[in-house]
Design a protein around this ligand. Sequence first.
Ligand code: FAQ
Length: 329
Amino acid sequence: MYGSLSVIEIDNMGRKLEEEDPRLLAEFEAKIDAGLKIEPQDWMPYEYRRQLTRMIEQHAHSEIIGALPEGTWITRAPGFKRKLALMAKVQDEVGHGQLLYAAAETLGKPREQMIADLINGKSKYSNVFNYPAVTWADTAIIAWLIDAGAIVNQVTNSKGSYGPYCRALERICYEESFHLKYGHDTVVALATGTPQQRQMVQEALNRWWEPIMHFFGPPDKMSVHTEKLVRWKVKLATNDAMRQAFLDMYVPKIWELELTLPDPNLHKDPETGKWMYTEPDWEVFRRVINGDGPCNKERLAVRRWAEEKGAWVKRALLNKNEPYVAPLV
Ligand code: FAQ
């Protein structure tokens, strides 16, 4: 399964942190503390490789599955310009998936295995993409606020320790900034439009608020991986810190449009400067990320269909000498 790894790396597989060579581990951690990047050919502890593979792979899957909720609206976009912009955005998201799969592959896990793990339900992807885009306004909220959340996370983590992931994040963030502008423009058009359009965007915001609060991950006290990831500068901020940064930047912009948020407790504490809010339902989050959300089955079915129906293209590309006839779909 990890066929592309060197003997040293294979030897490194499956080790607990305390079993690693202490000298190599100390050198590795000193490099990270000094702000240097770790590159694929460098020595790294197994646990760093495992954590990064898990996180980048989940991120890649999120981009690919994340194209689906908005993608369903390409044929129904209101007008030619919105259609063009949405098509470009959805294509960008799929491209981000490819960049991230390539970054994850540098750690040794083949792309085929990652895709198989996604389709079999073994790998996770972001909770938010298991909800439907019920109306056009839902796509506007996704493009504005989910992309905003993604940017908060990715700009921060692009300063991290693993070279290939950071470089992919930097490039992705440029494109996500365009998505965010497009999303904001679409929300503003609806919020300043007819009473029906305002109502539509308000209802979409109400639907998406809890998934957005979940998006940054469980509270720090419940997070399994944060401590290690922060220590190794894979995550440059905790889940709660990212959530606070998002609220700080976007709640005022939402209120500026005279839209409301479905949390009566949401306010900034003047003394601490921190946002106070009703804790979203973390049991709902647990169910959604483990396969039991409104659209999980549908999302994976589409992915499985695409993989099966596209398999002949891969075979044809890999076996140049064998003539292939496209199956009738
Ligand atoms: N969804 O210990 P922690 C996008 C899981 S890209 C699903 O706190 P960690 C672009 C977590 O995996 C969006 N699962 O985990 C776009 C772990 O499960 P495991 C994706 C989640 O890794 C926009 C367990 O809970 N962004 O939106 C989520 O330290 C619009 C325990 O959690 C990234 O992937 C969640 N929200 O922190 C596309 C960024 N949160 O693996 C289309 C990179 C947690 O033990 C349209 N990732 N879990 O079974 C990260 O920054 C981190 O992985 C976190 C989670 C912050 C997501």
